[in-house]
Structure formats: C-alpha cells, structure tokens
Design a protein around this ligand. Sequence first.
Ligand code: NAD
Length: 447
Amino acid sequence: MFARRIAVIGTGYVGLTTGACLASLGHRVVCADLDRDKIKRLAAGELDICEPRLAELVADGLASGRLSFVATAVAAITEHEGGAEVVFLCVPTPMGVGGVADLSAVESVVEECREHLPAGCIVVNKSTVPVGTAARTSELLGRADVAVVSNPEFLREGAAVADFLSPDRIVVGCDDQDGAEKVAALYARLGAPTVLTDAASAELVKYAANCFLAMKLSYVNAVAELCERLGADINDVTEGMGYDRRIGKEFLRPGPGWGGSCLPKDTAAMLQVADSADFEFRLLRATIDTNTRQRQRMVDKVRLAVTGDRKGSLSHMRLGLLGLTFKAGTDDLRDSPAIAVAALLRQAGAELVAYDPGLPPSAARPEFGLLRVVDDAYQAADGVDALVVLTEWPEFRNLDWPRLAELVRGRVVVDSRNLLDQDRVRRAGFAWTGVGRRGSDRFAATS
Ligand code: NAD
C-alpha cells in the first residue's frame, strides 16, 4: 500500500477518528480545527471525547510522526511536502432554520482552502450533507483540477474506532470515477464491501440509512405502546421479530425516543430534501411525530407512577434521573432524549437530581441548568419520589438496590430503557415500570 498525504478538517468524533485511524493504516495525516485550544491539547495527546482506543491511536500516530495537528485548514493542506492529496471535510452540519442542514461550516472551509489545494487534489465530504452538496462544493471551489467526492461516515459514538476500522460498508460517490477509486483505495486494507456510485446517490445513502434506523425505533416504540394496551410483552415480540433475518435484531429496543447528534437533524434534513423535490414523505413525518410523542409518554409514565394519576401534578416532586447522555458509552449530550424528557419533567414542576457515569459532575454544560448533577446513583436517590432510568448504562443493573430503597422517599422506578432486572428491583421493595413490558407494576390510575 502506498501512503497518501491527507488533511482532515474538523477534529470532532468523525474527524479525529478518521485522522487517527487513517494514520494507523499508514497514511500521513495532518488535522486542523477552528478550536485552537483543542488543537493544542490534541498535539499533546489529550482528547476531549471519550472513545475506546482513540487516545491510544492518537498517541501512536503522534509518536510515529504520521499524525499531527495544526490550527488552520490551509496549514493542514500545505504542511505536507507537495501539499495534501486528499482533504477530508469533517465539520458539523447542524439543523438549521426549518430543519434544513446548515452547511455554513462546509462552505467556509471550502472558501478558505480553494486557492491552496494542489492540482489533482481530492476534496472528500465526510460530513452528513444533503443531496447536491458535492455539486455545490465543486461550484464553490471553481477548480476543474480538483475532484469532489462524497464518502459518508457511519460510525457510532462509543464504538467509533471499531466501526471505522471494521465498517459494514464503505460508500464512495463521485461523478469522476478516478476520484472515487482513489478514495476507496485509502480503505483497501479494511477489506470492507465498497459501494462506488455517483455523488448524489452516496449523499442519499447516509440520510436514507439514518432515517430508516429512526423509523425502526419509532415503529418499535409504537408497538411497545400497543403491547401495554393489549397485555403483550415487547421483549417477547421483538425477540420473535428479530430472528427474522429480513428484520434483524438490532434497533429493536424501545426507549424514551431516539436522539443524539445525528438522527434528529438527519430526519429533519431529509424531510426538507423531500419537500424541495416536491415529495411528501409522510412515513418520515410520522416517524418524527411518533418520537416527539414518545418523550411525552415517558413523562406520563412518571406522572402515573409517582402520583397514581395520569394527570397528577409533579410539582415539587423530587426525581432522581439515572443517565443523561443520549446513549451509554458516550459523554455526548447533543439532542439526548434523556435531556428532552428531563426538560419536560422540569416543565411539569419536578425537581431533578441526576447521575450519569459518563459525565463528571464538574462538567459545566448548558443542559445542567435544568437539574443538579451528582457523583453517584446513591446521591441521586437521596429523598426522591422516584428513580427514572433514562440511559442504558449497564452499571445501573448492578446498583445496590436495597441501599437505594433506604435512601429514597418513594420506592418507584420508571425504567424507560427496560434495562433493570425487575425481580431484583422488586425484591428491594420498589415498584417497577418499563416500556411495553407485561411485568410492569400497575399504578392505580384515577383518571
Ligand atoms: P463534532 O461537533 O464532534 O466535531 C466537529 C469539529 O469541527 C469541531 O471540533 C469543530 O470545532 C470543528 N469545526 C467547525 N467548523 C470548522 C471550520 N470551519 N474549520 C475547522 N474546524 C471546524 O461533529 P461530529 O460529530 O464529528 O460530526 C461531523 C459531521 O459528521 C456531521 O455532519 C455529522 O452529522 C457527521 N457524522 C457524525 C457522526 C457521529 O456519530 N458523531 C457519525 C456519522 C456522521
């Protein structure tokens, strides 16, 4: 394999993983980020994000000289002798006004770099962007000697390195076959199935995949609600569904609704893409609406469990929240369903104390205005009317439930992730309610 000279712009979950992993595959990588302090820390081997194996790969890359960090995108391109051959854009594409993807970071990097790209260079978009962005990037570049390639990223936070190095597939789209093949060759050592296509199709793969995952989760949350009404059990239903290879076992767990940095913004952007193509994507709209409803449903569950009344007041009730991150194994709070449910509980008047194993209580985050973050689950339980599990951290299963029972004011657990061993929790004297589970304790509804 020959090593390419690579620039990576943006060193968040996607950019840092891409840079460190490509360096581990033998390429020479220079990374840049707007955040100069972050760049200084990265150059010293210090990471802001927690991802298994990532710190080790960054340290190895720094030590081998194959990975380095600079302050500007232009420097990342020109630092290489002869200039970068491939420039990866890994900058944010957040939800903009009306759900449209905000491409200002992509556009500003393109503007900044256009005159500094060597002839024959390839610009690769790894950020999640709407169909037409590769074409628009080419237009903005105004460089016939630079190819623009779409190479969407599918990694999951919490497993970013493993997903990057053992991907289910690699998708590379370019209207110029040579550019697509050169980018695909960067990953040759991974031996993953590779889809080579045009830029528009590659861009659509990412949205279509994420929207499908969101739809699967909304579907399962709706089936869980039906289970509650019919007296069926969602665990048995999804087990029976999951053995069907056409369906698969993944993404069949009900919960407080989907969230995170990708699914909410990508579903909203896909709706906009469909609207602009004059296509009413009703299935996707229903997927999003079902998700919004699911969060409110969790609040209603807490209301019923704590007050015995579906419309009971949570005013001045104290709740201990277990988990705040959007899923276990990450410290990411972006669009976390746990935070969304917490905000609704707060709005309903509840006082909130929370513990999350991924977040040090000293971490100052704007979301913490809603609640008080404490050091462990036992502090979160002190004097509360109910415990509410919002993130599926495995360690919550092994808490000392008899000790928690001594600490709480009300022995009630609402388990929005169906995570806990209900028998163990009940043996400690708690009433337990899950999502779509037949075994949930019934609370007397007075309305
Ligand atoms: P992130 O917020 O973690 O990181 C983005 C980085 O880009 C930040 O460090 C920021 O400082 C930097 N940045 C912003 N503007 C810049 C500029 N003009 N020049 C240089 N650096 C700049 O974002 P992320 O989670 O890595 O996501 C990046 C893209 O990848 C998004 O489009 C996202 O949808 C997509 N994606 C994310 C994931 C995920 O799980 N996080 C998975 C697949 C795809």
